[in-house]
Design a protein around this ligand. Structure first.
Ligand code: HSE
Length: 441
């Protein structure tokens, strides 16, 4: 039933960086929003454990509470916005809000990645909407692009730079030839990093976002455990320089591809040609490249974190849901982009089954026979080399020996590396970086 409500009432659980951004926008753009929506969005209550801290927003103190249940249970509130992060309490509040017949907006990628299926099912059953645009790539409207803009598209592949902290680190390492640990501190100071920064640099944050994107794009549940996840910790300036010599940039990519009735879903440092748009996305910016059947290539670029960009995504969900409330059409767009009964579980290929081109950096003693021994082991596993670089000469110590392979199977490559890494003139574990691109004939 269309609603004649004179305004849509919203309650916030969590009054941190993202909530402040959303509340700022709701206040500063009140008139614009009303012109687009046809009615006002009013902030009814805001809950946070800390209601004393000054956020620089002149919010009526009477709206503040330390009890999230004041929002969940308030019969006047139409939409509950969950912005506390973490999974346990957030999940409980959202399910309680849905049970009360309230619509929900969340920016919580860890929650949606782990429990999206249960939350979507609860929302669909209750006939309410759940918006999570802010959970992936902050202000970039990538969820809405996949669910609505690309609704006619069979999506073939997704390549995303979805973690600003890692992208900042890799950009600075390339542009300023600096070490990983030094730039990491700088990146954390920018305020983009997760409360647990190992989620950024270890790739976990990107895996959360990829689980959400792949699930929407391919109409399948995606379990986080099935996403191969590798971070950027092992990348050193020497690899960035070698990549440059070969015409590549290194990015932490979240990759998902449809291959028949299976998908790939993986997060790892990846070399991509330095003449692609994606490879030139620098600093804290995010970008998602999608290849789809009728449309071909599209690229979505912008700020993947921050108070106002992420707050903007939250407010866009509020407006979307408010429109549904007013037109009596909640659930118009299914939360997972496909109607629940039409979603099909697709197998996610285990990592050993993928094929790729590879960059390999061995640290070896500079002595006769090393190159032929290593290439012999690779050859015995069916791996063919396309280029080799060995720089410098050292009578003592080790030097980097770099090889680029033709397309090879990950399983074969890992078997070869386990043999190579045991050779007495090879020092430490070999660094492997997967390369996206065409194999040279
Ligand atoms: N830690 C994330 C990043 C924040 O660095 O991109 C946005 O999810």
């Amino acid at each position: 039933m269309p609603s004649r409500k004179s305004s849509i009432k919203v309650g916030f659980i969590g009054y941190g960086t993202v909530a402040s951004g959303a509340i700022n926008i709701l206040r500063s753009q009140q008139e614009l929003i009303a012109r687009r929506l046809g009615t006002r969005i009013d902030i009814a209550r805001v809950a946070d454990l800390d209601i004393k801290r000054d956020r620089g927003i002149a919010l009526d103190k009477g709206l503040l509470t330390t009890d999230a249940m004041d929002i969940v249970k308030d019969p006047e509130i139409d939409i509950v916005v969950e912005l506390i992060g973490g999974t346990d309490h957030a999940k409980g509040f959202i399910l309680d809000a849905i049970a009360q017949g309230k619509h929900v907006v969340t920016a919580n990628k860890a929650l949606v990645a782990a429990y999206g299926e249960a939350l979507f099912a609860a929302a669909s059953e209750k006939g309410v909407d759940i918006g999570f645009e802010a959970s992936v790539c902050g202000g970039i409207p990538i969820i809405r692009a996949i669910k609505e803009g690309l609704a006619a598209e069979q999506i073939n592949s997704i390549y995303g730079i979805v973690n600003g902290t890692c992208n900042y680190i890799l950009t600075k390492m390339l542009e300023e030839n600096r070490d990983f640990s030094e730039v990491l501190k700088e990146a954390q100071a920018l305020g983009f990093a997760e409360a647990d920064p190992s989620l950024d640099i270890g790739g976990g944050d990107s895996a959360h976002k990829l689980a959400i994107l792949a699930s929407l794009a391919f109409g399948t549940p995606v379990s986080l455990e099935d996403i191969y996840t590798e971070g950027v910790e092992k990348i050193s300036p020497v690899d960035i320089a070698f990549a440059d010599d070969f015409g590549y940039h290194i990015k932490l990519l979240a990759i998902s591809k449809r291959i028949g009735d299976e998908i790939e879903a993986r997060v790892h440092p990846t070399m991509i040609s330095n003449d692609t748009l994606l490879s030139n996305v620098g600093g804290v910016f995010n970008a998602v490249y999608i290849d789809s059947e009728a449309l071909g290539s599209t690229l979505y670029y912008g700020q993947g974190a921050g108070s106002l960009p992420t707050g903007s995504a939250v407010v866009s969900d509020l407006i979307d849901i408010a429109r549904n409330i007013r037109s009596g059409s909640p659930g118009r767009v299914p939360p997972a982009a496909f109607v629940p009964a039409a979603r099909k579980p697709l197998r996610i290929k285990p990592m050993e089954e993928i094929e790729s081109l590879y960059y390999l950096r061995f640290m070896v003693k500079d002595q006769p026979g090393v190159l032929s021994k290593i290439s012999g082991i690779l050859g015995a596993h069916g791996i063919s080399i396309s280029s080799v670089i060995q720089q410098g000469r050292k009578a003592v110590g080790v030097v980097p020996l770099v090889m680029m392979s033709h397309r090879a199977k990950e399983r074969d490559l890992q078997l070869a590396l386990s043999e190579i890494d045991r050779l007495e003139y090879v020092s430490g574990a070999t660094l492997l970086i997967r390369v996206e691109g065409e194999d040279e004939e």
